[in-house]
Write a protein that binds this ligand. Structure first.
Ligand SMILES: Cc1cc2nc3c(=O)[nH]c(=O)nc-3n(C[C@H](O)[C@H](O)[C@H](O)COP(=O)(O)OP(=O)(O)OC[C@H]3O[C@@H](n4cnc5c(N)ncnc54)[C@H](O)[C@@H]3O)c2cc1C
Length: 283
């Protein structure tokens, strides 16, 4: 038997998290319940966070957008605020699993679970999203790219909860894109995914943000490829060059793996295609 808490206030949730029985945070349950069923977890207490208002809101804020950690993928997909400011986040959310998973799974769970194959975490990393993390003893702000430290490893301390994400506004004339390669079209875990934002000025790329996910242990922007793109008038050769830089950066970070023979050339082509699509059709 497990204890099940379902607080409706943030303060109560943080006090319960600091309690002696150290409940596991439960959001949509699409990772944690599966792990329990597979015998990989045996938590004795759970804290359901889905009734806490601060975790459920998506709102425009000064200089950006605040996205509650317990907002589901379906809610992200249909959010007018996200569609207006960060359509790539809607695309990333829409790419997740199945309608059932999208209606339960949350953005906070995607980050806290720290799966290298996560779809929404790389999109947040590309956008320099910052998590508001709270515990009974205080709050701190941590960039998503630092919060996820590696496969299934985060910088969250026991008793800490991700409350929300702040996503800073993009400059005007920024085109956004997200794409994913899975094993098949439906219900597929990413083999590769990518999020991209390109700011246009006078026919050139003034600013580039690029995160290729499911290729390394944690999502982050790829500075070298971004620097290559900045100040250049884009063409096929530039996109291909950026793709090769991504492939080389992945190899440097991960070393040669069994999947490298597939992933490295595909990452180069995938990146070039994502950049082209974002520049030509970006939203
Ligand atoms: C069939 C299937 C298909 C899937 N397909 C995809 C896919 O295509 N793309 C993809 O990215 N993922 C996919 N997933 C994985 C999963 O749906 C996502 O990782 C989802 O974001 C998890 O969110 P959740 O709310 O269900 O998390 P939960 O299972 O509730 O929690 C996951 C972990 O995060 C912790 N946690 C949750 N919220 C917080 C918080 N606010 N603060 C601190 N810790 C927290 C929990 O304690 C737990 O350790 C799939 C899963 C299944 C079962």
């Amino acid at each position: 038997m497990s204890t099940f808490y379902q607080p409706a206030a943030l303060g109560e949730a943080l006090s319960l998290l600091a309690g002696a029985d150290r409940p596991a945070v439960l959001a949509g349950g699409t990772d944690i319940v599966v792990a329990r069923r597979e015998g990989k977890r045996a938590d004795t207490a759970y804290l359901d966070i889905t009734r806490i208002p601060e975790l459920r809101e998506t709102a425009q804020a000064e200089g950006g957008v605040t996205l509650g950690a317990a907002v589901t993928f379906s809610e992200m997909e249909n959010s007018t605020v996200l569609q207006t400011h960060f359509p790539l986040l809607c695309q990333a959310a829409a790419s997740v699993g199945s309608p059932q998973i999208r209606s339960r799974g949350t953005v906070g769970g995607n980050v806290a679970n720290a799966s290298p194959a996560a779809d929404v975490a790389p999109a947040l990393a590309a956008l320099d999203a910052v998590a508001l993390v709270q515990s009974k003893s205080g709050a701190r702000r941590v960039p998503v790219a630092e919060l996820i430290e590696g496969a299934a490893k985060t910088a969250l301390d026991p008793g800490e909860l991700i409350v929300s994400f702040f996503i800073p506004a993009l400059p005007p004339d920024t085109r956004q894109g997200f794409d994913k390669i899975g094993r098949r079209n439906a219900l597929s875990i990413a083999r590769l995914n990518g999020a991209c934002a390109l700011t246009a000025r006078g026919g050139k790329i003034a600013q580039a943000r690029l995160c290729i996910g499911a290729a390394t242990n944690r999502p982050h922007r790829f500075a070298e490829a971004e620097a290559l793109l900045c100040g250049r008038a884009p063409d096929e050769a530039l996109f291909a060059e950026a793709g090769k830089l991504i492939s080389a950066a992945i190899l440097e970070e991960t070393g040669t793996r069994a999947s490298s023979v597939y992933k490295l050339p595909v990452a180069a082509e995938f990146t070039a295609a994502l950049l082209r699509k974002t520049w030509e059709e970006g939203i």
